[in-house]
Every structure is written in structure tokens, then in C-alpha cells.
Design a protein around this ligand. Structure first.
Ligand code: SF4
Length: 218
């Protein structure tokens, strides 16, 4: 008697459990839409010790929660305001070129990778990869470094092409849109007339030097 054995090939469909670090509500609009289009349902994570002063941090936190509620996304939030800790790290970092922002990316991306690993996520990413104002390549290298350290995948996607679409969605959802990056230094850079004037002068000098170099090479 022949016994026919049928082997049923089991196809394993693995759904990626992704932790999405949210720098704020408006910057989450496009990445969440895009991830869902990619078939991924992210879980949000608000961890931003770089936002000051207190009222601003509180408003961005509540906007992140409001966004998550409006789009039906699960969210974890770190609700400790860490101004003093931030300053302890930022002031020495200020002495190095680009030191403050490097410290800021490192802190937030390391904590996200650590949290993702501890909570059993497969991977992590951040809405910082949506911003056209942040240092994309530096953040990518930083995230890759912490993915290795905490043995969790870094899900890389450049969300910047959706910049305008994200702004439009944030208006539709009536989300609060912040006028500066986050820390008190960036608030000063945004509003100080003296800093803006000095920056204009610096840019003009750079432009003059570039034009002179181009003229000399002809
Ligand atoms: S400017 Fe933005 S990225 Fe740089 S330290 Fe301040 S909050 Fe962080």
C-alpha cells in the first residue's frame, strides 16, 4: 500500500513590529502614512529631552498624542522634562563643531534603539528622517551604530520626499506646528536679530568666496 504524504508548505508571513520615534506630531504625518502604505503599522515613541521651555515641550507632547489618537496609532511617551540633563550634555558639546546636535541625535536615537530592544520590537526608525532641516546622513550613521549595539534592526527610509505632503496633512488635522527645532539654543537662533544678522553676513562672505574661486578657475 502506498501511503501518500502531502507536505503542506507553511508560508510564514512576518509582520514587522516597528517602533517609530516621533520628534513631534506634524513630522509624524507623512512617515506614518508612508509606513502604512508599505504594509507596516508603526507604534509611536515620544522621547525628546531637547524640547524647551516647559510649555513648548508640553504642547509638542500633547500634539503627538493628539496625532496618534486621530490616526489610531499606539503610542508610548516619556513624560519627564529633562532640561537640566540636556544642558549638562549640551554645554560641553557646544565647544565642538556641530557638537550639540550630534549629542542630541545620539541621545534620542540611542534611547529609541534601547527601548525598541527592551520592548521586543523588530526594528526602529524616527520621524527625524522626514526633516529637511536635520543632518540626515549623520543621523543615519548614528542609528545604524545603535542598531548594532542593541541588536535591533534600524529601518531606514528617507521620508523627505513627502515634506510638503506632511505639512498639508498636519494642517488638515489641525495640529500645532512649532516655529523652531526644539532646544533653547535653536529658539535663540530662530528669534535673535543679532544671530540672524551674523548668519546673513557669514553666508554672504561664503558666497563671495565661492564666486571668487569660480572666477579664478575660469
Ligand atoms: S538645534 Fe535641534 S537637533 Fe540641534 S540640539 Fe537643538 S533641538 Fe537638537
Amino acid at each position: 500500500m502506498t501511503i501518500w504524504v502531502y507536505h503542506i508548505r507553511q508560508i510564514e508571513v512576518k509582520i514587522l513590529k516597528l517602533l517609530l520615534h516621533m520628534c513631534c506630531g506634524p513630522c509624524s504625518c507623512y512617515p506614518v502614512k508612508k509606513l502604512r502604505e508599505n504594509g507596516i503599522e508603526p507604534v509611536g515613541y515620544f522621547f525628546n529631552p531637547n524640547i524647551h521651555p516647559y510649555k513648548e515641550w508640553e504642547q509638542r507632547l500633547s500634539t503627538a498624542k493628539k496625532f496618534a489618537e486621530k490616526v489610531g496609532m499606539e503610542i508610548h511617551t516619556d513624560e519627564n522634562y529633562r532640561l537640566r540633563e540636556f544642558l549638562k550634555k549640551a554645554l560641553p558639546a557646544e565647544a565642538m563643531p556641530n557638537g550639540r546636535c550630534t549629542m542630541c541625535y545620539t541621545w534620542r536615537l540611542e534611547q529609541t534603539a534601547k527601548f525598541a530592544a527592551e520592548q521586543g520590537f523588530d526594528a526602529f526608525t524616527s520621524t527625524l528622517f522626514y526633516s529637511i532641516y536635520q543632518q540626515h546622513d549623520l543621523m543615519r550613521r548614528t542609528a545604524e551604530h545603535f542598531a548594532l549595539k542593541y541588536d535591533v534592526k534600524f529601518y531606514y527610509e528617507d521620508f523627505r520626499p513627502g515634506w510638503q505632503e506632511g505639512i498639508d496633512i498636519s494642517h488638515e488635522l489641525e495640529l500645532y506646528r512649532q516655529p523652531y527645532c526644539g532646544c533653547i539654543f535653536s529658539e535663540e537662533e530662530r528669534y535673535s536679530k543679532a544671530i540672524r544678522k551674523a548668519r546673513k553676513k557669514e553666508n554672504k562672505a561664503k558666497k563671495r568666496a565661492r564666486l571668487a574661486a569660480e572666477a579664478a578657475s575660469v
